[in-house]
Design a protein around this ligand. Structure first.
Ligand code: GLN
Length: 489
């Protein structure tokens, strides 16, 4: 039997043409999960039987002469912050243990309609708060490219699942970098769309003005296929962008064939010359930029001064929004309930037992930042910085087509290295947060490794709604650099 583990584009092509059945593709992935998942911890739930039924349904459609879709038979891993009716959803938190959502997230439903086969729900930092997956209330997730290393977070399980070949593609959510940072640390492609491009309906909210769902994949083309299949207007999400969804797959093709000659690519001074950046990350990034320049890209440098305040603004806005969003977990409506003499005591006991330390820290920070007497000094000021970041980035995009930076200042760090120091953990998102504050699309792709084989990520940022351009540049870069195959454990 020839191995069918390949790209999502390749799997879908093979399944659609009847070359091999979706059921066989799935069994190959399930066998890898069975053999190696114990050492990785990428999944909170593997949905074997459900996946087998889905794969059989795809094969039946092929046999009946129907086209099962762009992602026919492609094994997909779903971050456990996204609801899927019929399976439990935990958001990585004890407070949701045993909760079964009554509906399915729009993004997941669309991917299933396009033929993707959900293999399981992936591990994550509790309520998507974290950068290493170590805030998961359930289990450790290890980086498949270095088992003593974190996979990044919060979509660490999704990134690890793709890097380990447990799923061909995955989806995650990105509030401050939670798709791109783990993608960078695990050596896969991760993309955050423009705010509003992908419906958030069915995503458990962390910070609603920043949250976006996006793809993780082995190649830029696969990420584009997933994006194209799930993006677009949705009446169930009031912030979803109306109108038709432009085709990004032509951008991928253009990037591969025409490259990026003549395109203005900018290095962002504040992100590229940051204190604390690993020398190896800086070196690999520089080498990558040289390759782009050699292929004809016009290199410019732009300064985006307000970015030095972006991290601080984010760590006020995101906690403020989460303190409000997480108020709904009160022991009445969802999951866990601890006993108490009256309703207030029950609420308090449930939240005390159900939330982990980082979630409590965020709720307290956010409540403080919003409290009367402090709201202007903290939340108000952070919002003003956010406006500055938006304006500064708009100005930067008049000087360049896309902006570049490392995705994360370091490669994957050792498990436990930052758990006692929240600030050092927060810093790993310093390059990814600006795109969330401004709502612009951004993508991370592997651009090399350090001596130990740990991946370095290149971040590309594009103007609002310029996904096609983003995929074009990313695909051109990938063609020059080469994609990193999944690790054979
Ligand atoms: N690591 C960041 C945080 O902890 C970003 C998380 C995310 O994007 N969900 O808030």
């Amino acid at each position: 039997m020839t191995a069918v583990i390949t790209t999502a584009a390749g799997i879908a092509r093979g399944v659609r043409s009847g070359e091999y059945p979706a059921a066989r593709v799935l069994e190959e992935y399930l066998a890898r999960i069975a053999a190696h998942e114990d050492r990785i911890g990428a999944f909170l739930l593997v949905a074997q039987e459900r996946a087998r039924a889905a794969a059989e349904a795809i094969d039946a459609r092929v046999a009946a002469g129907e086209d099962p879709g762009l992602l026919a038979g492609v094994p997909l891993a779903v971050k456990d912050a996204l609801c899927l009716a019929g399976l439990p959803t935990t958001a990585g938190s004890k407070i949701l243990q045993g909760w079964h959502p009554p509906y399915t997230a729009t993004a997941v439903a669309r991917l299933e309609e396009a033929g993707a086969v959900v293999v399981g729900k992936t591990n994550l930092d509790e309520f998507a708060m974290g950068s290493s997956n170590e805030n998961s209330a359930y289990k450790v997730c290890r980086n498949p490219r270095g088992l003593d290393r974190v996979p990044g977070g919060s979509s660490g399980g999704s990134a690890a699942a793709v890097a380990a070949g447990f799923a061909s593609v995955a989806i995650g959510s990105d509030t401050g970098g939670s798709i791109r940072q783990p993608a960078s640390l695990c050596g896969v492609v991760g993309m955050k769309p423009t705010y509003g491009r992908v419906s958030r309906y069915g995503l458990i909210a962390f910070a609603s003005s920043l949250d976006q769902i996006g793809p993780l994949a082995g190649t830029v083309e696969d990420a584009a296929l997933v994006y194209q299949s799930m993006a677009g207007a949705d009446p169930m999400d009031a912030t979803s962008i109306p109108g038709d969804l432009p085709d990004v797959l032509s951008g991928v093709k253009e990037g591969r064939e025409a490259g990026i000659a003549g395109m203005r690519v900018a290095l962002v001074t504040e992100l590229c010359e940051m204190e604390g950046t690993d020398p190896t990350v800086a070196r690999v990034f520089e080498e990558t930029v040289k390759k782009l320049e050699k292929s004809g890209a016009v290199l410019v440098e732009v300064s985006v001064p307000s970015l030095v305040h972006a991290l601080s603004a984010y760590y006020l806005i995101a906690p403020a929004e989460c303190s409000s969003n997480l108020a709904r977990f009160d022991g009445v409506r969802f999951g866990l309930r601890e006993a108490g003499d009256d309703v207030e005591a029950m609420n308090r006991a449930t939240r005390e037992a159900g939330f982990g330390p980082e979630v409590k820290r965020r709720i307290m920070l956010g409540t403080y930042a919003l409290s009367s007497g402090y709201i202007d000094a903290y939340y108000g000021k952070a919002q003003r910085i956010r406006t500055l970041v938006i304006r500064d980035l708009e100005a930067a995009f008049t000087q360049a087509d896309v902006l570049l930076s490392p995705t994360s200042p370091t490669v994957a760090f050792p498990l436990g290295a930052r758990t006692d120091d929240p600030m050092s953990m927060y810093i790993s998102d310093i390059c990814t947060i600006p795109a969330n504050l401004a709502g612009i699309p951004a993508l991370s792709l592997p651009c090399g490794t350090d001596d130990a084989g740990l991946p370095v990520g290149l971040q590309v940022m594009a103007p609002v709604l310029s996904e096609s351009l983003l995929f074009r540049v990313a695909c051109a870069a990938e063609t020059l650099i080469g994609a990193l195959p999944p690790v054979l454990l």
